[in-house]
Design a protein around this ligand. Structure first.
Ligand code: PRX
Length: 575
């Protein structure tokens, strides 16, 4: 039974694209919708063609594709035709440099227009685009460029400085193109027309590195066919109509910024708003007002910060253009759903997915009542299961591993050169005749109304301000400092940021455990690894809890930090 905490939505400002969730889910097959995309042949499709070229060749050619707002308030706008031509010119330039199908071309840029054009250009020629968040430092850059064997990097002269120490160890990197040095001139000399590569549906389109509990980041590869799912989820979950001005606040260094700022959005013909600056409540509200944003996709940390900025601020802006607001990346507190309903007149709709899933798997749909705190219901065609560690199905209300039947078009194709790791994402379920399911690494349960509730991670992956950080990478970055013997890193719950990164550090003998050294270590990780992935808190300890085989037991560090029982210590070495 639905309880009285449910938010019903009688007063939608526009008829949603998905009017009847139940009936659509019941009769769903991809075949019904496949023709809403452009195929060159029955198994040939190009995601960039469907995002840009299709629109530039049709009625939408003079429609705005991108409103760009710079850091200092400068603004530009681009039509689909302009995006088409600019991306064609970049594509032709890349071809002239010898880039061909399957080559990895990486982008390390702040949110400038060239980022979006280059991303489309790379896909258009059948090369594989990789994006890297502009806060990354030398180690994070090296790990990605080295493992992917990227051939070309597109960046700025300022950001390129971060490569100065590692460049010599990247033999596959043939060229570094600087968008602020000669790039515009080179591009302007190129033809504006291009034969878009008729890629096979399973050809690699883009790759993104993401973190797990152990080891270096893994290169998650997505194929061109993912556009089918990117498009349908944009249409039904974000409810994008071509008339929408849509603002996704994510950076294309993360998957949300690729799928729901570039590919899915444009495949629906909507205009995307890009804000190059940092988070600031007044600036954010002024962007919604200026561009008359209708659909908004953001993250719980930002929403918590907006709530902290208060209601008086909201009253200074006209936000009545908003009609649908959505959230992703970390648990959305139920209070934020009711708060947003009160202050914006609209409830935030939580959505759930991962880099590996390539698209939204669970959502609160515009036409379905919301239970605040729940991540909603599966997208049509998606089959979730809650599974025990030993491969049995769990019942309604029981918490277990959130798994999905791997049947949707945007599930990751592979991990770049990590086939064994890729296989570790799958398990056989005994109660489903040994069917293979995809494991998310998250824990959840289903309630009696079919809503899913996120409980937590099953592993040590940290979500800080909605960004995914692997503890191993932070530990490795700390160990590289001369004062450190070893380090254990956990996510410490934080009311604003979801979690903050906390490091327990063992110092070399004779090194003084001072406050100054804590700051130095934080700064060291910030500079060498990434500006967002450094420990905000450091505690010096004499010894780390480890298993007898030498693995750091982060869950014990976490339990100690939170004052919780330590749990099973049978594998713990003497501590
Ligand atoms: O733990 C889940 C959390 O973010 C993880 C995926 O992170 P990433 O690959 O960076 O992708 C983020 C954007 C798609 C998940 O395994 N997560 C994502 N959405 C939610 C969430 N946790 C709770 N509620 C959500 N809605």
């Amino acid at each position: 039974m639905l309880d009285n905490k449910v938010i019903h939505k009688e007063n939608l400002k526009m008829a949603p694209n998905l009017e009847d969730y139940t009936a659509t889910s019941k009769y769903f097959t991809y075949d019904r919708y496949i023709d809403e995309l452009v195929w060159f042949d029955h198994d040939k499709i190009n995601a960039a063609y469907n995002a840009i070229t299709k629109n530039a060749l049709g009625d939408r050619k003079n429609k705005i594709a991108m409103y760009w707002e710079g850091e200092n308030g400068e603004s530009r706008k681009y039509t689909f035709l302009e995006m088409e031509e600019a991306s064609n010119q970049i594509a032709n330039y890349l071809k002239s440099l010898g880039v061909s199908k399957g080559d990895r071309v990486f982008i390390f840029l702040p949110r400038v227009p060239e980022l979006y054009m280059a991303f489309i250009a790379i896909l258009k020629i059948g090369a594989v685009a990789g994006t890297m968040f502009s806060a990354f430092g030398p180690q994070a850059l090296y790990d990605r460029l080295d493992q992917s064997q990227a051939k070309i990097l597109i960046t700025t002269s300022e950001l390129a400085k971060r490569l100065s120490t590692v460049k010599k160890n990247l033999p596959h990197l043939k060229r570094i193109l600087l968008t602020d040095k000669g790039f515009a001139h080179e591009i302007s000399m190129q033809p504006k027309s291009l034969h878009v590569a008729q890629t096979n549906e399973d050809d690699d389109a883009y790759m993104l590195y993401t973190s797990g509990t152990t080891g270096k980041p893994k290169g998650v590869v997505h194929r061109h066919k993912a556009i089918v799912y990117e498009y349908l989820t944009s249409k039904w979950v974000l409810d994008l109509h071509e008339s929408d001005v849509y603002w996704c606040t994510a950076d294309p260094g993360w998957v949300t910024g690729i799928v729901y700022e570039i590919l899915g959005t444009w495949a629906c013909g909507a205009a995307t708003v890009v804000h190059a600056g940092r988070f600031d409540p007044s600036v954010w509200y002024s962007i919604i007002q200026k561009y008359e944003v209708t659909v908004w996709y953001t993250a719980p940390t930002a929403i918590r910060m907006l709530a902290a900025a208060g209601e008086d601020l909201i009253k200074k802006y006209n936000l009545t253009s908003l009609r649908h607001i959505t959230s992703v990346g970390e648990p959305l507190n139920p209070e934020l759903v009711t708060w947003s309903k009160k202050v914006y007149g609209l409830p935030f709709h939580d959505t759930y997915w991962q880099t590996e899933t390539g698209g939204i798997l669970m959502a609160n749909f515009p036409s379905v009542p919301i239970k605040p705190g729940s991540m909603g219901k599966p997208f049509p065609g998606i089959i979730p299961h809650i599974v025990s560690d030993d491969g049995h199905l769990l019942k309604t209300g029981q918490t277990g591993n959130l798994a999905f039947e791997p049947n949707w078009p945007s599930i990751m194709k592979k991990l770049w050169r990590r086939p064994v790791k890729y296989e570790s994402y799958f398990m056989r379920v005994k109660d489903l005749a040994n069917k293979r399911v995809y494991l998310t690494g998250d824990q959840a349960y289903k309630d009696e109304d079919g809503y899913y509730w996120f409980v937590g991670r099953a592993d040590d992956v940290i979500k800080t301000s909605g960004e995914r950080v692997g503890p191993f990478e932070v530990e490795s970055a700390l160990i590289a400092h001369h004062a450190v013997v070893e380090a254990g890193v956990i996510g410490k719950p934080d009311a604003l940021r979801g979690s903050i990164i906390k490091a327990f550090v063992v110092l070399k003998e004779g090194i003084k455990p001072t406050e100054a050294l804590k700051n130095e270590l934080s700064e060291y990780v910030k500079k060498n690894l990434a500006g967002h992935a450094y420990p905000k808190e450091i505690e010096f300890i004499d010894k780390l809890p480890k298993t007898r085989s030498g693995k750091i037991m982060r869950r014990i560090l976490k339990a100690k930090e939170l004052g919780l029982p330590i749990g099973d210590t049978s594998t713990l070495e003497e501590y």
